[in-house]
Design a protein around this ligand. Structure first.
Ligand code: BTN
Length: 320
């Protein structure tokens, strides 16, 4: 029916296509109505889809996926503590990978460095992708950067907007954070047992505005795009892109592309930044990333420092 939006499809045609009775078709339609789909039913013409649910619906996400990207399982939960935690529990319980856990709300959404990730049920995206990659742990250093670059390209193409990447894991619009990534791996000796890649993406500005502590730092995709974003189409495109990016990463086919993609969206390059290296505070000019994903900082003392982890802040002109 999604393939014939705005057109009538007869009950008998659907019954034939699905190999079920017309009564069973009617029962399916009732189930879909309960999920928020609306249909016009006209005798002798059949059913016409008049409205789709605005919220995340697994059936719609699946329907919009590119055909060759369907070898994974997907769960869309109403509410969960954290999709990353749920994915880790499912991996520990032996669920086959790859799989995706999405939630309409998180009660304990987590960010990097033990921070909280605001996860209200207002149409934002909270997603975790679970994998068992057969690669050496050392190769994972660029994983989050590679995923971030892919997600940035996807958002740019899908929404015709210009997101930026702030090393190591932030997605920005106009200098404010709209999304963050949290990659968590369990490692046995020299082998990765499993890995969860979590993405939080603000699609909508909260109705009552951002909480005071985020007001100057947070933003959402709805500040960039006119009209409403189809969250189900977007989620399908996201899953397709992340699964493809994962395959390329595991196959080692990402190295050259990463440098180009990162440079296209890097908001730090050429800007003055401050960073903490252990307990030392460094300032200088951001100069891209190296092949291991480290941030290159041309320091005021003239050398190049490689930052492998941590956090950087952009300095405003005039601030030392
Ligand atoms: C950050 O910027 O610090 C990372 C934020 C990651 C948030 C996402 S939302 C989905 C997944 N579940 C979590 O608890 N965290 C990640």
């Amino acid at each position: 029916m999604l393939a014939h939006e705005n057109a009538f499809v007869s009950g008998s045609a659907m019954a034939k296509k699905l190999g079920i009775s017309r009564v069973a078709v009617w029962q399916h339609m009732e189930k879909l109505r309960q999920q928020g789909f609306e249909f016009e039913a006209v005798r002798a013409r059949g059913y016409r889809l008049t409205s789709k649910p605005a919220r995340l619906e697994p059936a719609l996400v699946r329907a919009y996926l590119p055909l060759r990207r369907r070898s994974f399982t997907l769960a869309v939960l109403d509410s969960i503590d954290s999709t990353n935690d749920e994915a880790a529990r499912e991996l520990a319980a032996g669920r086959a990978d790859p799989f995706v856990i999405m939630a309409r709300e998180q009660t304990q959404g987590r960010g990097r460095l033990g921070r909280r990730w605001l996860s209200e049920p207002n149409g934002n995206l909270y997603a975790s992708f679970a994998f068992r990659p057969r690669v050496a742990p050392a190769r994972m250093q660029t994983f989050t950067l590679w995923m971030g670059a892919n997600i940035c390209e996807l958002i740019a193409n899908f929404c015709r907007v210009a997101p930026g990447l702030k090393w190591p894991n932030d997605l920005l619009f106009d200098g404010r954070k709209a999304g963050g990534m949290l990659t968590e791996a369990r490692i046995d000796a020299d082998q990765i047992r499993d890995l969860v890649f979590g993405l939080g993406l603000n699609l909508s500005t909260p109705k009552g505005g951002w909480p005071a502590e985020l007001k100057d730092r947070a933003t959402a995709l709805d500040t960039q795009v006119a009209g409403t974003l189809d969250v189900n189409k977007f989620a399908a495109a996201l899953i397709g892109r992340v699964l493809l990016a994962y395959e390329k990463f595991v196959g080692g086919d990402h190295v050259e592309e990463l440098a180009d993609m990162w440079n296209r969206h890097d908001v730090l390059r050429g800007r003055r930044i401050a960073a903490l290296l252990g307990s030392e505070r460094l300032s200088g000019t951001a100069s891209g990333i190296d092949e291991e994903g480290a941030l290159l900082l041309r320091t005021d003392r003239g050398g190049i420092e490689r930052l492998r982890a941590g956090e950087v802040t952009l300095q405003r002109p005039g601030n030392a």
